[in-house]
Design a protein around this ligand. Structure first.
Ligand code: ATP
Ligand code: MG
Length: 283
């Protein structure tokens, strides 16, 4: 599909409106899809030498709300290895989204260090963070933010049009089980299918990491499982390092490691010796 630059800009603006309406307030329009390409690629080599994808050391995040300080994270020490499937559990307000947003370059810590491979996310400029998100991170949120006037395939092609080395939109959609829905519009598919389109949109650029904030939060049991199957397949077949935030403790069974957050701190880490397939989970 040939698109003019002006059309791309319009689409980016349209996406911005969608995103700002439904997302957490720290998420900005360019976070999901950004136009333009960069000459410099601060890479983690996909096959290469870095086995540690994320490092956090004494990571802290404090929000200033007038006179009041809200300590969202403190003293978080963490490493995530390439290809790991991490589930992040914790009560509401425990700091899960804050941690994910810092790892994804949507937000900056107030103290400590956060690194992606050897790249310091703490000291990165805004444009470096934008480039980092664009080239390395796929995001999936609770709300899908598809463009209603574009078909499923076109929603995913928005990303392939502006990315260096995407897989075909049809391949990404096939991976999430939507090969037979490509010409539907978002209003013509179910919530679970819309979320799988959002996953295809996140992975079509072959990101190093897939960060999911309550991806099944709005879905029923059956459709939630289909979404988990899509995420698990991407982690297994593409080796995409995956972090999933959830309130559903059963989903922890799918993880390599489960991080329990409480009061802005990692309180416990559990390693699953035997991971369960999404079909084996029940809740
Ligand atoms: N932009 C912000 N400004 C001020 N305080 C914030 C901001 N974002 C988060 N917080 C506060 O930081 C703490 C952690 O929030 P966070 O969104 O990370 O929690 P969470 O674990 O994702 O919760 P939930 O499960 O409800 O999504 C909360 O006390 C929250 O009120
Ligand atoms: Mg949250």
């Amino acid at each position: 599909m040939v698109r003019t630059e002006a059309f791309k800009v319009n689409i980016t603006i349209l996406l911005s409106m969608q995103v700002t309406k439904a997302y957490h307030k720290t998420v900005k329009p360019q976070d999901l899809i950004t136009s333009g390409k960069s000459a410099v690629r601060p890479t983690i080599s996909p096959s290469g030498e870095h086995s540690v994808v994320f490092t956090a050391k004494r990571l802290g995040k404090t929000y200033q709300m007038g006179e009041v300080e809200v300590r969202a994270l403190h003293d978080v020490d963490l490493t995530i290895e390439r290809g790991e499937f991490i589930v992040l559990l914790g009560a509401s307000g425990s700091g899960k989204s804050t941690l994910l947003n810092i790892l994804g370059g949507l937000d900056r810590p107030s103290s400590g260090v956060a690194r992606f491979a050897e790249h310091d996310l703490t000291s990165a400029s805004d444009s470096e963070l934008t480039r980092y998100r664009r080239e390395h991170v796929g995001f999936v949120f609770q709300f899908y933010n598809l463009i209603p006037s574009l078909t499923v395939r076109e929603n995913v092609e928005l990303v392939t049009d502006i990315t260096d080395n995407p897989m075909p939109a049809s391949t990404a959609l096939e991976m999430v089980g939507l090969a037979n829905r490509m010409d539907h519009f978002p209003s013509q598919i179910s919530g679970g299918e819309q979320q799988r389109v959002a996953i295809a949109r996140a992975i079509v650029k072959r990101p190093d990491v897939l960060l999911c904030d309550e991806p099944t939060g709005a879905l029923d049991y059956v459709t939630g499982k289909l979404v988990l199957e899509a995420i698990e397949r991407i982690n297994r077949e593409l080796g995409t390092t995956t972090v999933v935030i959830t309130h559903n403790a059963a989903i922890a069974g799918m993880a390599d490691r489960v991080l329990y957050l409480g009061d802005g701190h990692i309180q416990r880490v559990e390693k699953n010796e035997h991971k369960l397939a999404p079909s084996e989970l029940s809740w």
